[in-house]
Design a protein around this ligand. Structure first.
Ligand code: ATP
Ligand code: MG
Length: 517
Protein backbone atom coordinates (compact mmCIF):
# COMPACT_ATOMS: atom_id res chain seq x y z
CA UNK A 1 0.00 0.00 0.00
CA UNK A 2 1.21 3.48 -0.88
CA UNK A 3 1.14 6.08 1.83
CA UNK A 4 -0.68 9.32 1.12
CA UNK A 5 -0.20 12.59 2.93
CA UNK A 6 -2.00 15.88 2.70
CA UNK A 7 -0.26 19.26 2.93
CA UNK A 8 -1.10 22.88 2.31
CA UNK A 9 -0.02 23.58 -1.27
CA UNK A 10 2.48 26.24 -0.24
CA UNK A 11 4.14 24.17 2.49
CA UNK A 12 5.24 21.17 0.45
CA UNK A 13 8.91 22.06 0.49
CA UNK A 14 9.06 22.78 4.20
CA UNK A 15 7.15 19.67 5.24
CA UNK A 16 9.18 17.47 2.93
CA UNK A 17 12.31 18.62 4.64
CA UNK A 18 10.82 17.95 8.06
CA UNK A 19 9.79 14.42 7.02
CA UNK A 20 13.08 13.80 5.19
CA UNK A 21 11.23 13.11 1.95
CA UNK A 22 12.60 13.67 -1.54
CA UNK A 23 10.81 14.62 -4.75
CA UNK A 24 11.74 11.22 -6.10
CA UNK A 25 9.59 9.64 -3.38
CA UNK A 26 6.45 11.05 -5.00
CA UNK A 27 4.28 8.84 -7.15
CA UNK A 28 1.58 11.42 -7.89
CA UNK A 29 0.24 14.70 -6.57
CA UNK A 30 -3.37 15.87 -6.71
CA UNK A 31 -4.28 19.48 -6.02
CA UNK A 32 -7.55 20.81 -4.61
CA UNK A 33 -8.89 22.92 -1.76
CA UNK A 34 -5.52 24.72 -1.58
CA UNK A 35 -4.01 21.41 -0.51
CA UNK A 36 -1.80 18.85 -2.14
CA UNK A 37 -2.58 15.18 -1.77
CA UNK A 38 0.72 13.40 -2.21
CA UNK A 39 0.82 9.71 -3.00
CA UNK A 40 4.22 8.30 -2.10
CA UNK A 41 5.89 5.46 -3.91
CA UNK A 42 5.33 2.00 -2.44
CA UNK A 43 8.93 1.66 -1.33
CA UNK A 44 8.70 4.74 0.89
CA UNK A 45 8.15 3.65 4.47
CA UNK A 46 7.42 6.54 6.83
CA UNK A 47 4.93 7.07 9.56
CA UNK A 48 3.40 10.45 8.81
CA UNK A 49 2.11 12.63 11.67
CA UNK A 50 -1.64 12.21 12.22
CA UNK A 51 -2.55 15.68 11.00
CA UNK A 52 -1.00 14.93 7.62
CA UNK A 53 -3.10 11.81 7.06
CA UNK A 54 -6.19 12.51 4.92
CA UNK A 55 -9.51 10.84 5.62
CA UNK A 56 -10.69 8.46 2.89
CA UNK A 57 -13.43 10.95 2.06
CA UNK A 58 -11.10 13.91 1.68
CA UNK A 59 -8.70 11.85 -0.39
CA UNK A 60 -11.52 10.94 -2.77
CA UNK A 61 -12.68 14.55 -2.96
CA UNK A 62 -9.25 15.90 -3.82
CA UNK A 63 -8.63 13.24 -6.46
CA UNK A 64 -12.02 13.77 -8.05
CA UNK A 65 -11.70 17.57 -8.13
CA UNK A 66 -8.19 17.46 -9.55
CA UNK A 67 -9.16 14.97 -12.24
CA UNK A 68 -12.27 16.93 -13.09
CA UNK A 69 -10.48 20.27 -13.38
CA UNK A 70 -7.66 18.82 -15.46
CA UNK A 71 -10.01 16.97 -17.77
CA UNK A 72 -12.33 19.90 -18.38
CA UNK A 73 -9.52 22.40 -18.82
CA UNK A 74 -8.19 20.07 -21.48
CA UNK A 75 -11.59 19.68 -23.14
CA UNK A 76 -12.29 23.39 -23.36
CA UNK A 77 -8.81 24.02 -24.71
CA UNK A 78 -9.47 21.42 -27.42
CA UNK A 79 -12.72 23.14 -28.21
CA UNK A 80 -11.19 26.62 -28.24
CA UNK A 81 -8.46 25.54 -30.62
CA UNK A 82 -10.97 23.72 -32.82
CA UNK A 83 -13.22 26.76 -33.05
CA UNK A 84 -10.37 29.11 -33.90
CA UNK A 85 -8.88 26.78 -36.48
CA UNK A 86 -12.28 26.25 -38.04
CA UNK A 87 -12.54 30.01 -38.51
CA UNK A 88 -9.05 30.38 -39.86
CA UNK A 89 -9.25 27.49 -42.29
CA UNK A 90 -12.53 28.86 -43.51
CA UNK A 91 -10.94 32.25 -44.09
CA UNK A 92 -7.97 30.61 -45.80
CA UNK A 93 -9.88 28.02 -47.77
CA UNK A 94 -12.37 30.29 -49.45
CA UNK A 95 -11.98 33.38 -51.52
CA UNK A 96 -13.27 36.68 -50.24
CA UNK A 97 -16.21 36.49 -52.67
CA UNK A 98 -17.11 32.97 -51.51
CA UNK A 99 -16.98 34.03 -47.87
CA UNK A 100 -19.29 36.87 -48.69
CA UNK A 101 -21.73 34.54 -50.47
CA UNK A 102 -21.78 32.25 -47.38
CA UNK A 103 -22.61 35.32 -45.33
CA UNK A 104 -19.41 35.08 -43.27
CA UNK A 105 -17.73 38.21 -44.62
CA UNK A 106 -18.71 41.63 -45.95
CA UNK A 107 -16.46 43.30 -48.52
CA UNK A 108 -15.84 46.75 -50.01
CA UNK A 109 -16.89 48.74 -46.99
CA UNK A 110 -15.89 52.19 -45.85
CA UNK A 111 -15.88 53.29 -42.23
CA UNK A 112 -17.55 56.38 -40.87
CA UNK A 113 -17.09 57.66 -37.35
CA UNK A 114 -20.10 57.52 -35.03
CA UNK A 115 -20.66 59.12 -31.61
CA UNK A 116 -18.99 57.46 -28.64
CA UNK A 117 -21.35 55.77 -26.23
CA UNK A 118 -20.81 53.89 -22.94
CA UNK A 119 -17.03 54.25 -23.35
CA UNK A 120 -17.19 52.44 -26.67
CA UNK A 121 -16.05 53.75 -30.05
CA UNK A 122 -18.55 53.09 -32.84
CA UNK A 123 -17.78 52.89 -36.54
CA UNK A 124 -20.41 52.47 -39.23
CA UNK A 125 -19.13 50.48 -42.19
CA UNK A 126 -21.25 51.11 -45.25
CA UNK A 127 -21.53 50.56 -48.98
CA UNK A 128 -23.98 51.09 -51.87
CA UNK A 129 -24.54 47.40 -52.57
CA UNK A 130 -27.10 45.71 -50.30
CA UNK A 131 -25.60 43.70 -47.45
CA UNK A 132 -26.90 40.15 -47.07
CA UNK A 133 -25.07 38.36 -44.29
CA UNK A 134 -25.20 35.88 -41.42
CA UNK A 135 -23.23 38.30 -39.26
CA UNK A 136 -25.50 39.71 -36.58
CA UNK A 137 -25.40 41.99 -33.53
CA UNK A 138 -23.24 40.66 -30.75
CA UNK A 139 -20.89 38.77 -33.06
CA UNK A 140 -17.17 39.35 -32.84
CA UNK A 141 -15.72 40.45 -36.16
CA UNK A 142 -12.26 40.86 -37.57
CA UNK A 143 -11.81 44.13 -39.45
CA UNK A 144 -9.13 44.31 -42.15
CA UNK A 145 -7.98 46.22 -45.18
CA UNK A 146 -9.02 43.20 -47.24
CA UNK A 147 -6.67 40.63 -45.71
CA UNK A 148 -8.18 39.26 -42.50
CA UNK A 149 -5.24 37.03 -41.62
CA UNK A 150 -3.01 40.09 -41.44
CA UNK A 151 -5.21 42.00 -39.02
CA UNK A 152 -5.87 41.71 -35.33
CA UNK A 153 -8.45 44.45 -35.08
CA UNK A 154 -11.53 42.99 -33.45
CA UNK A 155 -14.83 44.59 -32.63
CA UNK A 156 -18.38 43.69 -31.64
CA UNK A 157 -21.22 44.11 -34.11
CA UNK A 158 -23.95 46.36 -32.75
CA UNK A 159 -26.24 46.76 -35.75
CA UNK A 160 -26.68 45.25 -39.21
CA UNK A 161 -28.77 47.10 -41.80
CA UNK A 162 -29.26 46.95 -45.57
CA UNK A 163 -26.41 49.30 -46.35
CA UNK A 164 -24.22 49.31 -43.30
CA UNK A 165 -22.93 47.35 -40.33
CA UNK A 166 -22.07 49.13 -37.09
CA UNK A 167 -19.18 47.90 -34.96
CA UNK A 168 -18.18 48.82 -31.39
CA UNK A 169 -14.52 48.99 -30.37
CA UNK A 170 -13.16 49.12 -26.83
CA UNK A 171 -10.20 51.27 -27.92
CA UNK A 172 -9.88 54.05 -30.44
CA UNK A 173 -9.77 52.25 -33.82
CA UNK A 174 -6.90 52.98 -36.23
CA UNK A 175 -7.40 55.63 -38.95
CA UNK A 176 -7.38 53.12 -41.80
CA UNK A 177 -10.87 51.91 -40.92
CA UNK A 178 -12.15 55.14 -42.49
CA UNK A 179 -10.72 54.29 -45.91
CA UNK A 180 -12.24 52.28 -48.79
CA UNK A 181 -11.93 48.52 -49.24
CA UNK A 182 -12.55 47.46 -45.65
CA UNK A 183 -13.50 43.84 -45.07
CA UNK A 184 -15.39 42.48 -42.07
CA UNK A 185 -15.14 38.77 -41.17
CA UNK A 186 -17.02 36.74 -38.61
CA UNK A 187 -14.63 35.69 -35.85
CA UNK A 188 -14.78 33.89 -32.53
CA UNK A 189 -14.89 35.24 -29.06
CA UNK A 190 -12.39 33.36 -26.97
CA UNK A 191 -12.82 35.35 -23.79
CA UNK A 192 -15.56 32.94 -22.73
CA UNK A 193 -12.98 30.13 -22.82
CA UNK A 194 -10.58 32.13 -20.68
CA UNK A 195 -13.32 32.75 -18.15
CA UNK A 196 -14.31 29.08 -18.02
CA UNK A 197 -10.70 28.17 -17.39
CA UNK A 198 -10.34 30.81 -14.70
CA UNK A 199 -13.48 29.48 -13.03
CA UNK A 200 -12.20 25.90 -13.10
CA UNK A 201 -9.03 27.05 -11.35
CA UNK A 202 -11.04 28.88 -8.73
CA UNK A 203 -13.35 25.94 -8.27
CA UNK A 204 -10.38 23.68 -7.59
CA UNK A 205 -9.33 25.81 -4.62
CA UNK A 206 -12.80 26.96 -3.59
CA UNK A 207 -13.08 28.15 -0.01
CA UNK A 208 -15.23 26.28 2.50
CA UNK A 209 -18.36 28.28 1.63
CA UNK A 210 -18.23 27.46 -2.07
CA UNK A 211 -16.99 23.92 -1.65
CA UNK A 212 -20.49 22.74 -0.68
CA UNK A 213 -22.10 23.97 -3.89
CA UNK A 214 -19.21 22.67 -5.94
CA UNK A 215 -19.33 19.20 -4.42
CA UNK A 216 -23.06 18.95 -4.97
CA UNK A 217 -22.73 20.14 -8.58
CA UNK A 218 -20.03 17.56 -9.23
CA UNK A 219 -21.98 14.75 -7.64
CA UNK A 220 -19.64 14.30 -4.67
CA UNK A 221 -22.42 15.11 -2.28
CA UNK A 222 -26.18 14.75 -2.17
CA UNK A 223 -28.27 17.90 -1.87
CA UNK A 224 -30.01 18.51 1.43
CA UNK A 225 -33.72 17.67 1.76
CA UNK A 226 -36.29 20.08 0.37
CA UNK A 227 -39.16 21.44 2.45
CA UNK A 228 -41.82 22.90 0.17
CA UNK A 229 -42.61 26.57 0.72
CA UNK A 230 -46.08 28.05 0.26
CA UNK A 231 -46.31 31.28 -1.68
CA UNK A 232 -48.79 33.67 -3.28
CA UNK A 233 -48.08 33.68 -7.01
CA UNK A 234 -47.45 36.89 -8.93
CA UNK A 235 -48.37 35.10 -12.15
CA UNK A 236 -51.97 34.00 -11.69
CA UNK A 237 -51.88 31.76 -14.78
CA UNK A 238 -49.37 29.25 -13.43
CA UNK A 239 -50.72 25.69 -13.48
CA UNK A 240 -50.53 23.26 -10.56
CA UNK A 241 -47.26 21.62 -11.61
CA UNK A 242 -45.58 24.93 -12.28
CA UNK A 243 -46.66 26.18 -8.85
CA UNK A 244 -45.35 23.00 -7.29
CA UNK A 245 -42.02 23.51 -9.00
CA UNK A 246 -41.87 27.01 -7.52
CA UNK A 247 -42.65 25.66 -4.02
CA UNK A 248 -39.84 23.14 -4.28
CA UNK A 249 -37.41 25.66 -5.69
CA UNK A 250 -38.14 28.09 -2.85
CA UNK A 251 -37.66 25.32 -0.34
CA UNK A 252 -34.44 23.91 -1.71
CA UNK A 253 -31.28 24.38 0.31
CA UNK A 254 -28.90 23.45 -2.48
CA UNK A 255 -30.42 22.75 -5.84
CA UNK A 256 -33.60 22.23 -7.78
CA UNK A 257 -34.15 21.32 -11.42
CA UNK A 258 -37.09 22.22 -13.65
CA UNK A 259 -37.45 20.23 -16.83
CA UNK A 260 -39.94 19.88 -19.61
CA UNK A 261 -40.41 19.99 -23.38
CA UNK A 262 -40.49 23.26 -25.33
CA UNK A 263 -43.21 25.72 -24.37
CA UNK A 264 -44.19 24.06 -21.10
CA UNK A 265 -43.46 27.20 -19.09
CA UNK A 266 -39.94 26.56 -17.77
CA UNK A 267 -38.96 30.19 -18.18
CA UNK A 268 -42.32 31.35 -16.78
CA UNK A 269 -41.69 29.17 -13.73
CA UNK A 270 -38.18 30.59 -13.28
CA UNK A 271 -39.57 34.12 -13.47
CA UNK A 272 -41.98 33.33 -10.65
CA UNK A 273 -39.11 31.89 -8.60
CA UNK A 274 -37.06 35.06 -9.16
CA UNK A 275 -39.97 37.25 -8.02
CA UNK A 276 -40.59 35.14 -4.92
CA UNK A 277 -36.91 35.12 -4.01
CA UNK A 278 -36.78 38.92 -4.32
CA UNK A 279 -39.89 39.16 -2.16
CA UNK A 280 -38.08 37.12 0.51
CA UNK A 281 -35.23 39.60 0.40
CA UNK A 282 -32.78 37.42 -1.48
CA UNK A 283 -30.27 38.68 -4.03
CA UNK A 284 -30.73 36.85 -7.30
CA UNK A 285 -28.38 36.12 -10.16
CA UNK A 286 -30.38 35.26 -13.28
CA UNK A 287 -28.30 33.78 -16.07
CA UNK A 288 -28.20 31.74 -19.25
CA UNK A 289 -25.54 30.97 -21.79
CA UNK A 290 -26.98 33.09 -24.58
CA UNK A 291 -27.77 36.79 -24.53
CA UNK A 292 -31.16 36.10 -26.09
CA UNK A 293 -32.19 33.85 -23.23
CA UNK A 294 -31.01 36.43 -20.68
CA UNK A 295 -32.90 39.22 -22.44
CA UNK A 296 -35.98 37.02 -22.54
CA UNK A 297 -35.92 36.78 -18.73
CA UNK A 298 -35.22 40.50 -18.42
CA UNK A 299 -38.15 41.37 -20.69
CA UNK A 300 -40.54 39.36 -18.55
CA UNK A 301 -39.15 40.66 -15.25
CA UNK A 302 -39.40 44.24 -16.49
CA UNK A 303 -43.18 44.00 -15.98
CA UNK A 304 -42.72 43.92 -12.22
CA UNK A 305 -41.71 46.52 -9.70
CA UNK A 306 -38.24 45.25 -8.77
CA UNK A 307 -34.80 46.68 -9.45
CA UNK A 308 -33.01 44.94 -12.28
CA UNK A 309 -29.60 45.37 -13.79
CA UNK A 310 -28.28 43.79 -16.96
CA UNK A 311 -24.53 43.25 -17.13
CA UNK A 312 -23.28 42.78 -20.67
CA UNK A 313 -21.86 44.31 -23.79
CA UNK A 314 -24.32 46.98 -25.01
CA UNK A 315 -24.10 45.57 -28.53
CA UNK A 316 -25.34 42.19 -27.31
CA UNK A 317 -28.34 43.42 -25.38
CA UNK A 318 -31.67 44.13 -27.07
CA UNK A 319 -32.01 47.81 -27.86
CA UNK A 320 -35.34 48.16 -26.07
CA UNK A 321 -33.75 46.86 -22.87
CA UNK A 322 -30.96 49.42 -22.90
CA UNK A 323 -32.25 51.27 -19.84
CA UNK A 324 -31.45 48.22 -17.70
CA UNK A 325 -27.82 48.08 -18.76
CA UNK A 326 -25.31 48.76 -16.04
CA UNK A 327 -23.65 51.28 -18.39
CA UNK A 328 -26.92 53.20 -18.76
CA UNK A 329 -27.44 53.23 -15.00
CA UNK A 330 -23.89 54.42 -14.58
CA UNK A 331 -24.49 57.32 -17.00
CA UNK A 332 -27.52 58.29 -14.93
CA UNK A 333 -25.79 58.08 -11.56
CA UNK A 334 -25.27 61.33 -9.74
CA UNK A 335 -21.49 60.84 -9.47
CA UNK A 336 -21.03 60.61 -13.23
CA UNK A 337 -20.70 64.36 -13.88
CA UNK A 338 -17.85 64.70 -11.41
CA UNK A 339 -16.11 61.67 -12.91
CA UNK A 340 -16.51 63.04 -16.45
CA UNK A 341 -15.08 66.36 -15.32
CA UNK A 342 -12.19 64.43 -13.77
CA UNK A 343 -11.40 62.76 -17.10
CA UNK A 344 -11.44 66.13 -18.82
CA UNK A 345 -8.90 67.34 -16.24
CA UNK A 346 -6.76 64.32 -17.06
CA UNK A 347 -6.80 65.42 -20.71
CA UNK A 348 -5.79 68.97 -19.78
CA UNK A 349 -2.97 67.77 -17.54
CA UNK A 350 -1.71 65.49 -20.31
CA UNK A 351 -1.62 68.46 -22.71
CA UNK A 352 0.27 70.50 -20.10
CA UNK A 353 2.72 67.64 -19.61
CA UNK A 354 3.56 67.72 -23.32
CA UNK A 355 5.02 71.19 -22.90
CA UNK A 356 7.92 69.68 -20.95
CA UNK A 357 10.70 67.22 -21.73
CA UNK A 358 9.83 63.59 -21.15
CA UNK A 359 12.63 61.83 -19.20
CA UNK A 360 13.39 59.23 -21.88
CA UNK A 361 16.37 56.96 -21.05
CA UNK A 362 18.63 58.85 -23.46
CA UNK A 363 17.62 62.27 -22.15
CA UNK A 364 17.80 61.40 -18.47
CA UNK A 365 20.95 59.25 -18.79
CA UNK A 366 19.42 56.59 -16.62
CA UNK A 367 18.69 58.82 -13.64
CA UNK A 368 15.64 57.93 -11.52
CA UNK A 369 12.63 60.26 -11.31
CA UNK A 370 13.46 61.10 -7.70
CA UNK A 371 17.06 61.90 -8.58
CA UNK A 372 15.90 64.25 -11.36
CA UNK A 373 13.55 66.05 -8.94
CA UNK A 374 16.31 66.51 -6.35
CA UNK A 375 18.82 67.80 -8.90
CA UNK A 376 16.25 70.13 -10.47
CA UNK A 377 15.41 71.73 -7.16
CA UNK A 378 19.07 72.16 -6.18
CA UNK A 379 19.85 73.58 -9.64
CA UNK A 380 22.84 71.27 -10.28
CA UNK A 381 23.57 69.67 -13.62
CA UNK A 382 24.75 66.07 -13.73
CA UNK A 383 25.98 63.43 -16.24
CA UNK A 384 26.07 66.17 -18.84
CA UNK A 385 22.35 66.96 -18.51
CA UNK A 386 21.78 70.72 -18.31
CA UNK A 387 19.90 72.33 -15.44
CA UNK A 388 17.31 73.59 -17.92
CA UNK A 389 16.59 70.05 -19.19
CA UNK A 390 16.55 68.74 -15.63
CA UNK A 391 14.00 71.34 -14.59
CA UNK A 392 11.83 70.66 -17.62
CA UNK A 393 11.94 66.93 -16.91
CA UNK A 394 11.07 67.65 -13.28
CA UNK A 395 7.97 69.52 -14.43
CA UNK A 396 7.07 66.61 -16.71
CA UNK A 397 7.38 64.20 -13.78
CA UNK A 398 5.23 66.40 -11.55
CA UNK A 399 2.44 66.43 -14.15
CA UNK A 400 2.83 62.74 -14.79
CA UNK A 401 2.40 61.96 -11.11
CA UNK A 402 -0.65 64.20 -10.89
CA UNK A 403 -2.19 62.37 -13.86
CA UNK A 404 -1.44 58.98 -12.35
CA UNK A 405 -3.03 59.76 -9.06
CA UNK A 406 -6.07 61.36 -10.68
CA UNK A 407 -6.56 58.41 -13.04
CA UNK A 408 -6.26 56.05 -10.07
CA UNK A 409 -8.88 57.87 -8.07
CA UNK A 410 -11.24 58.17 -11.06
CA UNK A 411 -11.01 54.45 -11.75
CA UNK A 412 -11.72 53.73 -8.10
CA UNK A 413 -14.73 56.06 -8.19
CA UNK A 414 -16.07 54.42 -11.34
CA UNK A 415 -15.69 51.01 -9.78
CA UNK A 416 -17.49 52.20 -6.68
CA UNK A 417 -20.43 53.47 -8.75
CA UNK A 418 -20.63 50.15 -10.63
CA UNK A 419 -20.49 48.21 -7.36
CA UNK A 420 -23.21 50.38 -5.88
CA UNK A 421 -25.46 49.70 -8.86
CA UNK A 422 -25.00 45.95 -8.44
CA UNK A 423 -25.44 46.18 -4.68
CA UNK A 424 -28.70 48.05 -4.94
CA UNK A 425 -30.27 45.70 -7.50
CA UNK A 426 -32.58 42.87 -6.55
CA UNK A 427 -31.74 40.87 -9.64
CA UNK A 428 -28.58 40.87 -11.71
CA UNK A 429 -28.96 39.45 -15.22
CA UNK A 430 -26.00 38.33 -17.32
CA UNK A 431 -24.65 35.50 -19.39
CA UNK A 432 -22.76 32.81 -17.47
CA UNK A 433 -19.46 34.08 -18.74
CA UNK A 434 -20.14 37.71 -17.76
CA UNK A 435 -20.38 36.63 -14.12
CA UNK A 436 -16.59 36.64 -14.24
CA UNK A 437 -16.35 40.13 -15.74
CA UNK A 438 -14.55 42.84 -13.73
CA UNK A 439 -17.75 44.35 -12.33
CA UNK A 440 -19.33 41.09 -11.21
CA UNK A 441 -16.59 38.71 -10.27
CA UNK A 442 -16.36 39.69 -6.60
CA UNK A 443 -20.07 39.35 -5.94
CA UNK A 444 -21.89 36.51 -4.30
CA UNK A 445 -25.62 35.87 -4.59
CA UNK A 446 -28.16 34.07 -2.46
CA UNK A 447 -29.42 32.12 -5.42
CA UNK A 448 -28.55 31.55 -9.07
CA UNK A 449 -31.43 30.99 -11.49
CA UNK A 450 -30.20 29.40 -14.68
CA UNK A 451 -32.27 29.10 -17.85
CA UNK A 452 -31.64 26.83 -20.86
CA UNK A 453 -29.30 24.73 -18.75
CA UNK A 454 -29.32 21.83 -21.19
CA UNK A 455 -27.71 23.97 -23.89
CA UNK A 456 -24.61 24.87 -21.87
CA UNK A 457 -21.35 23.03 -21.50
CA UNK A 458 -20.46 22.08 -17.94
CA UNK A 459 -17.63 24.61 -17.44
CA UNK A 460 -20.04 27.38 -18.41
CA UNK A 461 -22.81 26.44 -15.96
CA UNK A 462 -20.22 26.16 -13.21
CA UNK A 463 -19.44 29.89 -13.42
CA UNK A 464 -22.69 31.17 -11.88
CA UNK A 465 -22.71 28.24 -9.46
CA UNK A 466 -19.45 29.38 -7.95
CA UNK A 467 -21.05 32.74 -7.18
CA UNK A 468 -24.16 31.63 -5.33
CA UNK A 469 -25.29 29.66 -2.32
CA UNK A 470 -28.07 27.71 -4.04
CA UNK A 471 -29.05 27.15 -7.62
CA UNK A 472 -32.08 26.34 -9.73
CA UNK A 473 -31.67 25.20 -13.32
CA UNK A 474 -34.31 24.86 -16.03
CA UNK A 475 -33.68 22.80 -19.11
CA UNK A 476 -34.71 20.01 -21.38
CA UNK A 477 -32.09 17.34 -21.87
CA UNK A 478 -34.17 15.82 -24.66
CA UNK A 479 -33.54 18.90 -26.80
CA UNK A 480 -30.37 19.63 -28.76
CA UNK A 481 -27.24 19.53 -26.61
CA UNK A 482 -24.74 22.42 -26.59
CA UNK A 483 -22.84 22.82 -29.86
CA UNK A 484 -19.33 21.42 -29.72
CA UNK A 485 -17.03 21.71 -32.72
CA UNK A 486 -14.12 19.53 -31.62
CA UNK A 487 -14.54 15.80 -32.27
CA UNK A 488 -12.22 15.03 -29.34
CA UNK A 489 -14.25 17.19 -27.00
CA UNK A 490 -17.59 15.43 -27.60
CA UNK A 491 -17.83 14.81 -23.88
CA UNK A 492 -18.69 18.50 -23.52
CA UNK A 493 -22.06 17.77 -25.13
CA UNK A 494 -23.35 16.45 -21.85
CA UNK A 495 -24.61 19.41 -19.85
CA UNK A 496 -24.47 19.78 -16.09
CA UNK A 497 -28.27 19.85 -16.17
CA UNK A 498 -28.35 16.40 -17.77
CA UNK A 499 -25.74 15.08 -15.36
CA UNK A 500 -27.64 16.42 -12.36
CA UNK A 501 -30.95 15.05 -13.66
CA UNK A 502 -29.41 11.58 -13.60
CA UNK A 503 -27.99 12.01 -10.12
CA UNK A 504 -30.83 13.88 -8.48
CA UNK A 505 -34.09 13.06 -10.21
CA UNK A 506 -35.80 13.43 -6.85
CA UNK A 507 -34.78 17.10 -6.84
CA UNK A 508 -36.59 17.91 -10.06
CA UNK A 509 -40.04 18.62 -11.38
CA UNK A 510 -41.26 17.88 -14.88
CA UNK A 511 -43.61 20.33 -16.63
CA UNK A 512 -45.88 18.64 -19.16
CA UNK A 513 -48.55 20.95 -20.56
CA UNK A 514 -47.43 22.67 -23.74
CA UNK A 515 -48.75 26.20 -24.20
CA UNK A 516 -46.88 27.37 -27.27
CA UNK A 517 -48.37 25.82 -30.38
N1 ATP B 1 -49.75 28.09 -17.07
C1 ATP B 1 -49.79 28.78 -18.21
N2 ATP B 1 -50.95 29.25 -18.72
C2 ATP B 1 -50.97 29.94 -19.88
N3 ATP B 1 -49.89 30.21 -20.62
C3 ATP B 1 -48.71 29.77 -20.18
C4 ATP B 1 -48.60 29.02 -18.97
N4 ATP B 1 -47.28 28.71 -18.81
C5 ATP B 1 -46.62 29.24 -19.84
N5 ATP B 1 -47.46 29.87 -20.68
C6 ATP B 1 -47.12 30.55 -21.93
O1 ATP B 1 -46.51 29.63 -22.81
C7 ATP B 1 -45.47 30.22 -23.54
C8 ATP B 1 -44.19 29.43 -23.33
O2 ATP B 1 -43.76 29.58 -21.98
P1 ATP B 1 -42.26 29.60 -21.56
O3 ATP B 1 -41.49 30.47 -22.48
O4 ATP B 1 -42.20 29.91 -20.12
O5 ATP B 1 -41.90 28.09 -21.83
P2 ATP B 1 -40.47 27.37 -21.88
O6 ATP B 1 -40.67 26.00 -21.37
O7 ATP B 1 -39.50 28.20 -21.19
O8 ATP B 1 -40.19 27.34 -23.43
P3 ATP B 1 -38.80 27.01 -24.19
O9 ATP B 1 -38.62 25.54 -24.13
O10 ATP B 1 -39.01 27.53 -25.56
O11 ATP B 1 -37.74 27.75 -23.43
C9 ATP B 1 -45.38 31.64 -23.08
O12 ATP B 1 -46.04 32.48 -23.95
C10 ATP B 1 -46.07 31.63 -21.73
O13 ATP B 1 -46.63 32.87 -21.41
MG1 MG C 1 -37.63 28.99 -21.88
Amino acid sequence: MSISIILPKDKIKKEFKRLSLKNSDIKKIYYANKNALIILKKRVKIKPPKDLMPSKELEEEIKKIDNFVEEFKYLIELERVAEISEQISEIKGFSAKEREIFGRAILDLKGQKEPKKFNLYFVRFGRERVIDTQISPGDIVLISKGEPLKSDLRGTVSEVKKHYIKVAFENLPPKWVYSFGIRVDLYINDITFKRMEENLNQLRDADQKRREVRNIALGLKRPREIKKVDFKPFNKKLNTTQKEAVSYALGCKDLFLVHGPPGTGKTSTLIEIVLQEVKRGNRVLAVADSNIAVDNMLQRLANYDISLVRVGHPARVLFELEEFLIQAKYEKSFEVQAIKKGWEDVGLLAKKREEFSKPTPSRSRGMSYDRILTLASSGKSQRGVSVKTLQSMAKWIEYDRKIDSLVGSLRAKEEEVYKKIIDSSDVVLATNSMVLSEVLKEFEFDVAIIDEGSQQIIPSTLIPLMHSKRFIIAGDHKQLPPTVVSKEAEKLKKSLFEELMELNKDFSKMLKIQYRM
